[in-house]
Design a protein around this ligand. Sequence first.
Ligand code: FE2
Length: 304
Amino acid sequence: MKLHHIKGNTYYIDGIVNTGIYKINEHDCIIIDPGVAGTRIKRLISLLEKYELNPKAVFITHEHVDHNGGCYQLSQTYKDIEFFGSKYTAFYTENSDMLFYYLTGGQFAKLMDEDIRKSFIKEVKVNNIFEMGENTIYGKKFNIIPTPGHCRGSVAIVTDDNVSFVGDLLISERVLEILGFMYIYNTDEHRESLEKIKEYEFDYLVNGHSRKYYDKGEIAEFIQRNVDAFDDFENTIIKLFKDDKLRHEDILKRVIEHYGLKVFYTEYHYYKAVIQSMIASLMDRGILDFDVSDKTLRYFVKNP
Ligand SMILES: [Fe+2]
């Protein structure tokens, strides 16, 4: 774990999840997405001690446990630390089981709950809700850009050094190679967020799971690769229908086979939700239609 300087007062710590550090002054800082609970947070605290940095706040880009899971642990070490997030990120961070209600549509198995507790432990209160647009916090300006799609509450956090922390809006090259797609809560919103982020001219961009950060010259290409991958994913799903009428889980099976995805209980529900979002979007755009004539809901491509 290493602290890398990006620009001005903006730093980041590399890892499975990249954590932002913004120095308010010589000794106080803000943490952006601390990461999962456990060893990572212990190492993060040691690193902050090494640099004699006191975190006054945590900013959360979105409500996934690999980004906000370590909040409770930090609150136990830094008693006055404050938490900031969008309205929905605050809601899902404070009510973590809601994620599973929307993944499953109702009661969920204990196995799923145990899965989340490994990296989350306990919830925290997010007392500070970001305004969309400019926020002045501890006398410093941060631009908060709503980027829903990956999650309902997703935002990009831009420091006054014009460094943008985009959470999981963009998929790293490595994840693209392994998975081919990423978790999407709302296909249409995600597409709009990708288009929106193109309009900004950041000096640097830090992505949630990339092994590097991106400079001005690389950002546009990186975003475009994500737009292309997103279009590919959609076209792949349409092609996988092959003139058949398919149930939700039949489409999912074809997607899992096509991308060679590893399937576990909780992950299966995540994949299922991605397909649900894609089906809804394709229906709304008139590309898919449905049939329940034999009392089974099946989808088909309208004009193959
Ligand atoms: Fe995420």
